[in-house]
Design a protein around this ligand. Structure first.
Ligand SMILES: [Zn+2]
Length: 247
């Protein structure tokens, strides 16, 4: 049986294979496994085609690389503990410091989960192009007195996402009521058509918080022209995932 599907199966490790679900062979294989009573587990992940990314009107802008190892490991170094139960740290109380080894490595990266940071070169580009909706907060290392990067501060809030986004809770705190989300594995983040009127032609933030338990934060949403601007200037380390608009 495996021979037949071999051209469509790609090895992840000794126990896992992946296959594109939009191939007709995928449903055939699933059916055959079921008919033979074979035990299998499926994990789904969404992969975008180049055309889907090129055609998207709006995209989520995120960093591909995160500084894994902030200068100090105490949770409240830069963020105030909002609730003892869920341990969310929301309010930022000081400028982020990162380890020296990350300086100059990327143009765009994140720290404390999804706090996006840009290099001085990217800050200059965004300022020169007069991109609306973004302010900059300095990022330091322990020893350097001048900023080595800039945290992006995005304040323009979009309306809530469309229910078809099928977001899942990462936090739903019974004490403080805080809710934070993770993306659905199969459904893209969606908005209603009003996003076209309400979004700035620059940087926007989601109404919802996203991400892990400790540092939930809104995601950043930008129009296609920002992706093109990043491409034009060969800005390294930024990732773009399309938003779907439900008409
Ligand atoms: Zn809480």
């Amino acid at each position: 049986m495996v021979e037949k599907y071999k051209p469509y199966l790609h090895k992840v490790n000794d126990f896992m294979l992946y296959m594109y679900t939009d191939l007709p062979q995928f449903s055939e294989l699933m059916q055959e496994l079921q008919e033979h009573g074979l035990d299998s587990k499926c994990f789904y992940d969404k992969q975008w085609s180049k055309k889907e990314v090129d055609d998207a009107e709006f995209l989520i802008l995120g960093a591909i690389n995160e500084c894994e190892d902030p200068v100090r490991s105490e949770f409240d170094t830069h963020f105030k503990n909002h609730c003892k139960k869920c341990k969310a740290h929301l309010e930022q109380t000081s400028d982020i410091k990162i380890r020296r080894k990350y300086v100059g490595k990327w143009d765009f990266y994140s720290a404390y989960e999804i706090r996006n940071i840009v290099s001085p070169r990217v800050k200059e580009i965004l300022e020169r192009e007069d991109v609306p909706g973004v302010a900059f907060r300095p990022v330091y290392t322990l020893k350097v007195e001048d900023p080595i990067g800039w945290q992006l501060i995005v304040e323009h809030i979009l309306p809530p996402t469309h229910p078809d986004s099928n977001l899942r809770y990462s936090v739903n705190c019974p004490v403080c009521g805080l809710k934070s989300y993770v993306y659905s594995k199969t459904d893209p983040v969606a908005y209603g058509p009003e996003i076209r009127k309400l979004a700035l032609d620059g940087f926007n933030r989601s109404h919802e918080l996203f991400g892990g338990v400790v540092y939930p934060d809104p995601i950043t949403i930008v129009p296609q022209r920002i992706r093109q601007l990043f491409k034009e200037h060969k800005i390294k380390g930024a990732g773009f995932a399309p938003i779907v608009i439900k008409e």
